[in-house]
Design a protein around this ligand. Structure first.
Ligand code: FAD
Length: 836
């Protein structure tokens, strides 16, 4: 690189920690060697070298657990070769419960593990002590043990992965700092000019695997990576215990005491999550400003912050009281606002991020490398990564202070038991819709989604008579009788819901009809005013987005999607937009309020307010009309997410509050009730409507999900070929989403519970809810189609207890759609109860 001509390469990976080296390793494994990894200092000199090295596999989500399991398998394999041995010790892992709530959490985890194929076992406090003799069993109610957990030497791991990458022909360059990145004009020799202090590179793809420096690298190309370097500490003791070669201690976590341990020769490593966290190197603007020479360095110890953890550690391992603390490691690590990784292609096509590992990057590195290599080479990570996808972070995370508040809250409550419905507090209220003051005044209990304050339910709707329906256990903790009241009001009269946070994307221009038709599996270009429920599929035929598309005009389409999915769906559409300028894609979420008015009396409520006839003939199901309601210009969309006659009323935000009040007043004589999102959970479950990211994900096809009726294979669309191929291969083992009715309405599932049929575990729950109208608890689960027949008896493991269920033909509510199509109110038809 002596002349000034940039060097051409396919992929530049920035960062020589476990993240970057694992990506390079996996690219090499996939046979791609046209890759340069650049590290500004020495390999491992960021966060990696000072990690405690624990590798625990069981996590709160299916995907992350699968990634961790892959990591453990990879580390085991690397250890077979002396040159790539990462110091892997498969000593097993213990997790203790010192409170009844934690014990319940462990019960849930044992259930999940069964569905993951992990041999997680319950052990008594005595057995735990036998495995970890230094431990005091005082207050321990029980524990779990996973024999395949372990620990390793983080630096050795990074070197092993770099060695593997180099063996595959990848160029790993230390002491090469990226100083700027410039997107190149379309049609040139590459997409990015990567300027380093050792010469320039032209690449098609760039991966930002810069750990706690990832926000800084992102800024080079205008991409916001919302990570904050947080100081994280652990102690290493001097040797104090007798060891023989086969005397291995498992790793030990006691989340109630906020501590973890692992052996370190004849000493111990002990660390934890402090209740008082501290960010590292935030500049005056609040953004990270890590010194340019911060490599291979640690922070001074802050014993004050460690005190509580150290005291707790002595309670669990009394020998810690006399053990000499040889060193305190205080190292910074990148944390995200929700404690999940930050992965994937950013809003600059070709620019990928793999950072924000939140102190489990060593355990995650193997899996991260694998999915990122897939993403780079196949434009698809190969599994559902929504919860880690960079596109989950909305525009609010451009704010340094908001990001910091969220990160801090998550860090400081890392080990806390989080009950379903747990709401975070930091940075609220942030985004409030036009009718927010009305909701507040009327006793709303708010939840937060993607920064929006949304009504969960109204305390003013609470009624003691519904108390006997309170779910047992965890699901009953953040429950309110108002949910049942609001549900019934919607089924019996009418409910008014504020859904203004729905993400709305406008796709327009001469190329819009062709683009939207190609992206959607259903036929969507059907004439002005037509509304279509459709999925957008990825190349694998998996469901990448689940939306309604309304044709507003010949060349204008409105895509409506979930509150949290706006950034994801917007970039999915934008990334497929032709470069000729014929399509404009705009996020119009903030421009419109959306009020859902649903229920058998909804027509009576709305008709007096609008000149538009609301008869079935004049405004049929799945049609939109532009008209007015009260004083507001609106779009009336005859759609439903609750299984009742009704409309979504879309109006410019400035009319929002007045419009809400007008509908509310008109509803007074018809029993209209203001309702929240918790009632929707229940209503939609009865109607069998799916939630994207849980019931349906990029890993399932419409055929798996019972959505084949939304697919028009006679037209061409993205993912069609894979879908047809998979359709041809379907057999009795193919997954099928089924609806399970659990007779006891108070047994409410939370997700991930195993499902068994005839004594064998066949699947796991995706979502669940109480069906107040159908009189059962409802769960959705994927099971092999051979056991998916309605009437099949099944069992679901709810907190250690197998409860009876029966597979029902969904939907349980209004299966022939008469209520929503014709507004006909008949007695509820509950199908598929024959085996009940
Ligand atoms: C005290 C502590 C204990 C931990 N314990 C555990 C544990 O027990 N188990 C576990 O799983 N995880 C643990 N972790 C977390 C784990 O160490 C990290 O998640 C992981 O090392 C992060 O790896 P990375 O590759 O993302 O980042 P890093 O290791 O920081 O690598 C990023 C690299 O990018 C380079 N870079 C930055 N900017 C540029 C540029 N402009 N040009 C070129 N190169 C650049 C940096 O020099 C750096 O080397 C711990 C972390 C800490 C701090």
């Amino acid at each position: 690189m002596t002349d000034n001509k940039p060097e051409r390469t396919r992929i530049v990976v920035i960062g020589g920690g476990v993240g970057g080296t694992s990506i390079a390793y996996h690219l090499a494994q996939r046979g791609v060697s046209d890759v340069v990894l650049v590290e500004r200092s020495e390999l491992t000199s960021g966060s990696t070298f000072h990690s405690a090295g624990l590798v625990g596999q069981l996590r709160g989500s299916v995907t992350l657990t699968r990634m961790m399991m892959y990591s453990a398998e990879l580390y085991r394999t690397l250890a077979l070769d002396a040159e790539t041995h990462p110091g892997w010790v498969e000593c097993g892992g213990l997790r203790l419960a010192s409170t009844p709530e934690r014990m319940e959490e462990l019960e849930r985890q044992v259930g999940w593990a069964e569905t993951f194929g992990l041999q997680l076992e319950y052990v008594s406090a005595e057995r735990a002590q036998a495995l970890f003799p230094l431990m005091s069993p005082d207050g321990v109610l029980g524990a779990t043990f996973l024999p395949t957990d372990g620990y390793l030497d983080p630096s050795q791991l990074a070197y092993a992965l770099a060695k593997g990458a180099r063996r595959g022909g990848i160029d790993v360059r230390e002491h090469t700092r990226v100083v700027s990145i410039q997107p190149l004009p379309v049609g040139g020799t590459g997409k990015f000019l990567v300027v380093t202090d050792k010469g320039d590179l032209v690449a098609d793809q760039v991966v930002n695997a810069a750990g706690m420096y990832a926000a800084e690298v992102g800024r080079m190309v205008g991409v916001r990576v919302p990570v904050i370097p947080m100081s994280h500490q652990y102690v290493v003791t001097a040797p104090f215990r007798d060891v023989s070669s086969d005397d291995r201690l498992p790793t030990l976590r006691d989340p109630d005491l906020l501590v973890y341990y692992r052996e370190d020769g004849a000493g111990l490593v002990m660390g934890g999550y402090e209740r008082h966290s501290e960010a590292f190197a935030l500049g005056s603007s609040g953004f990270d400003a890590i010194p340019q020479d911060f490599n291979g360095r640690l922070l001074p110890e802050v014993w004050q912050r460690l005190e509580e953890i150290f005291e707790n550690s002595v309670r669990r391992v009394p020998a810690m009281a006399d053990a000499e603390v040889r060193k305190v490691i205080n190292g910074p690590e990148a944390f995200t606002p929700d404690n999940e990784f930050c992965l994937g292609e950013a809003n600059v096509p070709g620019f990928f991020v793999a950072a924000g590992f939140c102190a489990h990057g060593i355990a995650g590195a193997g899996g991260v490398g694998m999915v990122m290599a897939n993403w780079l080479l196949d434009s698809d990570p190969g599994m559902d990564l929504w919860e880690m996808d960079i596109r989950r972070f909305g525009a609010q995370y451009r704010s340094a202070s908001y990001t910091r508040q969220r990160v801090t809250e998550n860090y400081e409550t890392y080990y806390d038991v989080k009950y379903p419905g747990h709401e975070r507090k930091a940075g609220r209220p942030l985004k409030t819709a036009a009718a927010y003051p009305w909701h507040k005044e009327h006793g709303a209990s708010f939840g937060e989604k993607s920064g929006w304050e949304r009504v969960n339910y109204y305390l003013s709707n609470e009624q003691r008579s519904e108390e006997p329906l309170r779910p047992r256990g965890w699901a009953g903790k953040h429950w309110s009788t108002a949910i049942a009241v609001e549900h019934r009001a919607t089924r019996q009269a009418a409910g008014l819901f504020d859904e203004s946070s729905f993400s709305k994307i406008e796709v327009s221009g001469s190329g819009a009809p062709a683009l939207i038709e190609w992206l959607c599996a259903n036929r969507v270009v059907r004439g002005n005013g037509c509304i279509t429920y459709t999925q957008m599929l990825n190349e694998r035929g998996g469901i990448e987005a689940d939306v309604t598309v309304t044709q507003i005009d010949d060349e204008v389409f409105l895509v409506v999607t979930g509150t949290a999915f706006g950034t994801h769906d917007l970039s999915w559409i934008s990334n497929h937009t032709p470069v000729d300028g014929s399509v404009t894609v705009r996020d119009v979420t903030d421009a419109f309020v959306v009020f859902g008015l649903w229920g058998p009396r909804s027509r009576d409520v709305l008709q007096p307010l609008t000149p538009q006839s609301l008869s079935n003939d004049d405004l049929p199901f799945m049609r939109m009309r532009e008209t007015s309601v009260a004083a507001a210009p609106v779009r009336l969309l005859r759609v439903t997410f609750v299984g009742e006659l009704g409309w979504e009323v879309h109006a410019p935000v400035e009319y929002g509050l007045g419009l809400w009040q007008a509908i509310w007043e008109s509803g007074a004589e018809h029993g209209l009730t203001a309702c929240g999102y918790k009632a929707i959970d229940s209503l939609r479950a009865e109607k069998g409507y799916r939630y994207w990211a849980s019931d349906i994900t990029p890993d399932q096809t419409p055929d798996d999900a019972g959505l084949a009726f939304c697919v028009k294979t006679e037209k061409s669309f993205l993912g069609r070929e894979s879908l047809l191929r998979l359709r041809g291969q379907r057999d009795s083992d193919s997954p099928e989403l089924v609806c399970l009715s659990i007779t006891d309405t108070r047994q409410v599932v939370l997700g991930n519970e195993p499902v068994r049929v005839a004594g064998a575990v066949v699947g796991r729950v995706t979502t669940g809810a109480q069906g107040f109208s159908v009189g059962t608890s409802i769960a959705f689960a994927y099971v092999p189609s051979r056991v998916a027949d309605p009437g099949t008896r099944a069992e679901v493991l709810v907190f250690g207890q197998w409860v009876d269920a029966v597979i029902s033909s969904a939907p349980l509510w209004d299966p022939d759609n008469r209520r929503i199509r014709d507004g006909v109110v008949s007695r509820p038809t509950i199908s598929g109860r024959k085996g009940a």
